[in-house]
Design a protein around this ligand. Structure first.
Ligand SMILES: Nc1ncnc2c1ncn2[C@@H]1O[C@H](COP(=O)(O)OP(=O)(O)OP(=O)(O)O)[C@@H](O)[C@H]1O
Ligand SMILES: [Mg+2]
Length: 245
């Protein structure tokens, strides 16, 4: 199993005057195998993004356990997290928000390579070109800034960036919810093709049941209380069962 999350819990302290605890994630269980896509669905505010940030270890959980490639990373130290950053990547909802407005396409995609690899500039340029063609970006776009790209093109850049270090797991947090329907379909197909070519696993988060159903082998439903259990299969049956209730 690539990723195994058990009883994940995360609380936040909210309120300036009456400080109280808000449980963002109550008790989440999920498992993802190599090359597999697991969907995570649930209503707005149920804790999907918080769970994603815990899995990526951008934040530290308050309870439960996260096993990644057989290693307990629940409370992994900073030093280890830096190395883990090469093996997991995030594709966020807003392509604008995830790209530096001052970086040209080429630099945005190259940045993880600059930070985490010892590639020479020539090798890096070649890798950026490979990534651009993998995600269907014309090389003529490499000198553009984010504001000179369409939403779909920006999200392709974000996907190329996420793939730069050949991660084993990509967490895609509502990666198409800000795109129009046609572009959304293109990006979803792209994610599937990339998976077929690279064997990457996805934790695919969305509140759109149809999208999750199409993308994922298995689906975990999260409730408003932040509780979600088991990767249930097959996805479509669960979706229709829950959607009609
Ligand atoms: N840094 C924070 N401090 C305090 N509360 C937070 C913080 N981050 C999230 N929350 C709260 O935790 C709960 C879960 O938020 P989260 O963003 O994980 O939900 P979500 O399922 O991703 O929602 P959406 O579908 O709208 O993206 C919400 O009640 C939110 O207000
Ligand atoms: Mg969210």
């Amino acid at each position: 199993m690539l990723l195994e999350v058990t009883g994940l819990r995360k609380e936040f302290t909210a309120g300036l005057l009456n400080r109280r605890k808000v449980t963002a994630v109550g008790a989440l269980d999920l498992k993802i195998g190599e090359g597999e896509t697991v969907g995570l669905v649930g209503p707005s505010g149920c804790g999907k993004s918080t769970a994603a940030r815990c899995v990526l270890r951008l934040i530290e959980p308050d309870g439960g356990r996260i096993m990644f490639k057989g290693e307990d990373i629940t409370h992994a130290p900073t030093r280890r997290l830096k190395a883990l950053g090469k093996e997991m990547a995030l594709i966020a909802q807003s392509p604008e928000g995830s790209l530096d407005p001052l970086y040209r396409v080429e630099r945005s995609i190259a940045e993880p390579l600059v930070l985490h690899s010892d590639m020479k500039p020539g090798q890096r340029r070649q890798k950026v070109e490979e990534l651009m063609s993998l995600v269907g970006l014309d090389l003529s776009l490499s000198g553009r800034y984010p504001h000179q790209l369409s939403g779909g093109q920006m999200q392709r850049v974000a996907i190329a960036r996420a793939l730069a270090l050949n991660p084993s797991l990509i967490v895609a947090d509502e990666p198409t919810s800000m795109l129009d329907v046609l572009v959304q379909a293109q990006i979803l197909r792209l994610l599937k093709r990339v998976q077929a070519e690279t064997g990457v696993s996805y934790l695919f988060i969305s509140h759109d049941h149809k999208v999750v159903e199409w993308m994922s082998e298995r689906v975990v439903l999260m409730e408003a209380s932040g509780v979600g259990s088991g990767a249930r299969s097959p996805a479509p049956a669960i979706i229709s069962e829950k959607a009609s209730s």
